[in-house]
Design a protein around this ligand. Sequence first.
Ligand code: HEC
Ligand code: HEC
Ligand code: HEC
Ligand code: HEC
Length: 355
Amino acid sequence: MSFVLRLAGAAIVTAAAGLTFTFTHPPVTTIQRGYRGLGLQVNYLPSYVQKLREINKVPDPEPPIDPAGSPSSDTYQNVKVLGKVDSLEFLRVMASIKDWVAPVQGCTYCHHPDNPAWDVKYTKIVARRMLQMVEHINTDWAVHVGKVGVTCYTCHRGHPVPSRIWFNAPPPAPAQLGGMAEANQGKNIPNVTAGYSSLPYDPLSLYLEKGYNIRVQAAVALPGTDSNSLKHAEWTYALMMYIAQSLGVNCDYCHNTRAFRDWAQSSPQRVRAWYGIRMVRDLNNNFLDKLHDVFPAYRLGPMGDSPKIGCATCHKGVYKPLYGISMLGTYPELAANGLVNTTADIGHVMPVPKE
Ligand code: HEC
Ligand code: HEC
Ligand code: HEC
Ligand code: HEC
């Protein structure tokens, strides 16, 4: 075979492989979300939807039990946040927390085997704060989570460290060449956060921890007064890529793409998302960041910061976590019932008491 033919053969094979792995195959299910003919639709791949269904199955609750009739604060020694909960129901909650957060590790993930009242593991201190956080979400963020609400399972799904948490990213390395290429603002480094686009890789620190305005236009018209506007446009688009893939939807789910900015042409889901952004900021600033000194160093990020919550930490790729099925019906203490003491001091890690 001539060299040219071989070369052509190799080129065809490479191109075919590239085509096979680059494009997705039909069938694609489309759901219309606006007026006909405008392409306002959300696309789903049935095979991928099947995978998401697996991830978002609701586990069976622990069977109900007859109450003991006495509150936990009377029965146990060191109950700070669940004191009002019935003392037998308390154990049912413990069994559930074990299933939701540490099914492999068991009760001793948070407790010393000799005495569950001791605060000797950081995980128990974090778990107390998490109980307060769940109560806070279900009570004060009903504008986002509705009556569906959340439990530990919404984020943890059977793992001590939830999937799809995030950290502050290290700043981009200065470009080798210097000059105009000096500051690349974190662009052209494909990563999962910005949906493998060439957009800046860390919009989350700015918008889901700090409270920067999510805008593509400068707030003032005068030149030289808002040097951030171009950067913010890019960060905004990067954040939107993140939001869309966290919920497994495209931009049309919230926007009419001919006028992203205009609320009058947006869907009600955009309003939910607006509250969601504020909720996530609140959770990161007032819960996760404040637990910084409780987390051991190996749980902190490359910049030494706390692990943080994003949209995907709850949503896991679908428009409503667990497809909108509520687990609160069988766990009234985690719903907005005032049964968790949200202002109690969560204590701190102490050495194992000596006999
Ligand atoms: C993810 C962490 C975690 C896991 C796993 C866990 N617990 Fe707990 N447990 C806690 C926290 C937090 C408290 C304190 C609650 C409070 O202060 O209101 C607690 C308190 C207790 C207490 C009260 C002790 C006292 O006298 O003060 C008992 C009993 C208990 N747990 C039993 C269990 C059992 C049994 C299991 C396994 C089925 C278990 N726990 C699994 C976090 C956990
Ligand atoms: C909105 C999401 C969310 C919910 C709901 C949630 N957690 Fe967490 N949890 C997190 C994040 C984020 C972390 C930090 C991960 C890490 O420790 O590296 C975390 C960490 C923890 C840890 C420490 C694990 C470790 O190994 O470091 C424990 C224990 C825990 N959560 C218990 C609970 C319990 C119990 C509940 C329910 C009362 C709960 N969480 C609800 C997001 C959540
Ligand atoms: C789940 C809902 C949701 C999805 C999906 C979504 N957005 Fe957004 N978008 C919002 C919300 C909410 C805001 C306003 C945020 C704020 O003001 O804090 C916004 C703001 C914007 C803005 C800024 C508008 C302005 O006022 O300057 C642009 C541009 C934008 N989105 C583009 C996109 C693109 C592109 C996509 C798809 C990759 C997308 N959005 C997907 C909810 C969404
Ligand atoms: C603490 C968990 C949690 C986090 C974090 C979270 N959400 Fe949600 N979200 C929910 C729950 C629960 C629902 C379902 C509420 C209902 O059905 O009433 C929901 C519903 C929504 C909906 C409405 C979907 C529909 O079709 O009606 C949108 C849009 C949404 N979330 C966007 C976001 C965005 C954007 C973020 C990140 C900025 C975010 N969420 C973060 C728990 C969360």
